[in-house]
Design a protein around this ligand. Structure first.
Ligand code: PPS
Length: 270
């Protein structure tokens, strides 16, 4: 199916002061009124912070390490991106309505824009933070390959937009801080990409504890292997290569780009 060219590279539109894709802003009432279920697990991140990685780990946990089951569909179908609405083409909310519980739900919304049903239902939430420098670099490449974004411009221009919060989903600083401040009032498990790189097994075990789930050491090792960067890079159900080129052009930059960290700890980057 051919997409209309005018859905791409359009300027962002502010929703309550946060720049979002024009199509999310247009359909904001659908997002705001999204009905979360008490057994939903929300995966919340600023873009390029390890969403896909933790989503794959959680789907593997939910399926007791059954790798074949986790290849049943692409990651963006197994873990729908709630607020991503592109009229006529994508609708995370509609995808979620069709899903059997328990659902894994992806969002990039800053804490103040999260639909209130998540708070009312006291849903469990996993937040992943990654240091600003690596996020900015990853986001710059992603802006160029994923055409729903406005033009990235030069690195200097993009970095200026990133630092002033004029990129999709707003300021990285406000995002990580906003979710951090909420973590003790709700069931939020706050994770760091850098800790996952340092000791992924330990972070998977902490996730299991948060989910009150027990898996054998053998299953945890299997999850560890199948969620490693090199394995996910080769897996069509996690590497986004099933998205058509006119949406995401992997010849510009692959989605699974480097998967590295330039700091030993997130804290040193702040
Ligand atoms: S998105 O589009 O916002 O949902 O992107 P997101 O998944 O949050 O972030 C993409 C970056 O995460 C890296 N990635 C991984 N790193 C380590 N291990 C694994 N398994 C893994 N999976 C994805 C991916 O490569 C992007 O980072 P960069 O630095 O661009 O490589």
């Amino acid at each position: 199916m051919d997409k209309k060219p005018d859905i791409y590279r359009r300027e962002l539109v502010d929703v309550q002061g946060v720049p979002l894709f024009w199509s999310i802003a247009e359909e904001w009432s659908q997002v705001e009124s999204f009905e979360a279920r008490p057994d939903d697990l929300l995966i919340s991140t600023y873009p390029k912070s390890g969403t896909t990685w933790v989503s794959e780990i959680l789907d593997l946990i939910y399926n007791n390490g059954d790798v074949e089951k986790c290849k049943r569909d692409a990651i963006y179908k197994r873990v729908p991106f709630m607020e991503l609405i592109i009229p006529g083409f994508e609708n995370g909310i509609e995808d979620l309505k069709k899903m059997q519980p328990p659902r894994l739900v992806k969002t990039h919304l800053p804490v103040q824009l999260l639909p209130s049903s998540f708070w009312k239902n006291n849903c469990k939430m996993v937040y992943v933070a990654r240091n600003a420098k690596d996020v900015a670099v990853s986001y710059y490449y992603f802006y160029q390959m994923a055409k729903i974004h406005p033009k990235a411009g030069t690195w200097e221009e993009f970095l200026d937009k990133f630092m002033t919060g004029k990129v999709a989903f707003g300021s990285w600083y406000d995002h990580v801080k906003g979710w951090w401040e909420k973590r003790n009032d709700y069931r939020i498990f706050y994770l760091f990409y850098e800790d996952m790189k340092e000791n992924p097994k330990h972070e998977i075990q902490k996730l299991l504890q948060f989910l009150e789930k027990d898996l054998s050491e053998e299953t945890v090792d299997k999850i560890l292997y199948h969620s490693s960067f090199n394995v996910m890079k080769q897996n069509p159900s996690t590497n986004y290569t099933t998205i058509p080129d006119f949406d995401m052009d992997h010849s510009v930059s692959p989605f699974m780009r480097k998967g590295e960290k330039s700091y030993t700890s997130f804290y040193t980057a702040c």
